[in-house]
Design a protein. Structure first.
Length: 364
């Protein structure tokens, strides 16, 4: 149907163009029109409001039909504020867009050339200039201030109780590191990167002894989450659209982004009616031939599920005991004790996590 309408409009325009051309040729050959502007000028003037009406109908239709592809309500506290700013800006832009295009398309029709009509010479109007300078200045200042306030809240220091997750981008996947039960993320050093230690964990720092790597991102609902972001090779960009999270991952320049998730993965599945729905982290910076596949699953758990998942994870040292030789001698006993504690914790929680996972799967 859409293509038929387009075809009909194009055909109508062709017919009008041919009629205008035929009228011009008739006037030329018969020398019957000694006016400076003939029928073609009136037709061109009439086409302006016609194009405006058709264009406005298309604008409204496309906006409504595309609404099914909009993201659902934000799943984070700051995301709701960000969406509000976005739609506020869109409302102002749309109002200005419609008003200016009404003037743009109807002025040529209303003030088209007519024999004997003289243009009005209007050199200056200070009051009008003052109005169209002050009003845009006030509106733009409001937009800039509200945007700056929202951005400042997002980029300020995260709360002290924030859950820390390190995201490292590399061609073409994300690497994820969590602090262990001590909730302190160990230091990293790019010189320590090798085939297994892909993020360069520095085992000279005691806080790294219980750090662990994960194949997917888990975060708790209702608690602040701090993403510590960096890149290993080229420019990447962390993008979690449902939380309105986006931050570049820049080689040699760590960045961060903190937010508070408000809906668990299970709640989002129920809200959307999609049992296979999952949050994700994607890369939105073209980083090479494999950029399209640079995605990672993100799960929002309730607090108990998240705590159980954290306790079930084996630390990097527990999984790779050969790296114990990279621990300084004066910290070896502390590292061995951390590994022992981690093994006890993870072995006791793994069964519980599997049970919770089965219950969640049955429920949704």
């Amino acid at each position: 149907m859409f293509y038929l309408i387009i075809a009909a409009v194009v055909l109508l325009l062709i017919v009008i163009g041919l009629l205008v051309r035929a009228q011009v040729l008739i006037d030329i050959f018969t020398n019957s029109n000694d006016k400076r502007a003939g029928l073609s000028n009136k037709i061109n003037g009439l086409l302006f409001p016609i194009f405006f009406v058709l264009g406005f109908i298309g604008f409204v239709w496309l906006s409504v039909s595309a609404s099914e592809f909009y993201l659902p309500e934000a799943s984070s506290v700051h995301g709701v504020i960000t969406d509000g700013l976005f739609w506020f800006s869109m409302a102002i832009i749309t109002i200005v867009f419609v008003i200016t295009h009404i003037l743009l398309f109807f002025f040529p029709y209303v003030y088209q050339f007519k024999e004997g009509q003289k243009a009005l010479f209007y050199p200056v109007n200070h009051r009008l200039e003052f109005i169209w300078t002050v009003i845009p200045a006030i509106v733009l200042s409001l937009l800039v201030f509200t945007g700056w306030k929202a951005w400042s809240d997002i980029t300020k220091a995260a709360p002290s109780d924030a859950v820390v997750v390190e995201l490292v981008g590399k061609q073409f996947n994300w690497l994820v590191r969590y602090p262990g039960l001590d909730k302190e993320l160990g230091k990293h050093n790019f010189r320590k990167i090798d085939e297994l230690n892909s993020v360069g964990i520095d085992f000279a720092d005691k806080n790294s002894f219980d750090d662990f790597m994960a194949g997917e991102v888990h975060i708790p609902v209702g608690k602040p989450v701090l993403f510590k972001i960096r890149a290993r090779d080229v420019l990447h960009s962390v993008f979690a659209p449902h939380f309105r999270v986006k931050m570049d991952a820049v080689p040699g320049m760590p960045t961060h982004f903190w937010f508070v998730p408000t809906k668990t993965s299970a709640e989002m599945k129920a809200q959307l009616g999609k049992p296979d729905f999952t949050y994700e982290i994607a890369c939105t910076e073209v980083c090479g031939s494999g950029h399209f596949g640079m995605r990672m699953r993100l799960i929002v758990d309730d607090e108990d599920e998240f705590d159980a998942w954290i306790k079930s994870q084996q630390s990097f040292l527990a999984k790779n005991p050969d790296y114990m030789k990279k621990v300084p001698d004066n910290l070896k006993k502390l590292a061995e004790q951390a590994v022992e504690d981690n093994k006890k914790s993870s072995s006791g929680q793994t069964a519980a996590v599997h049970s919770i996972g089965k219950l969640v799967t049955k429920a949704y």
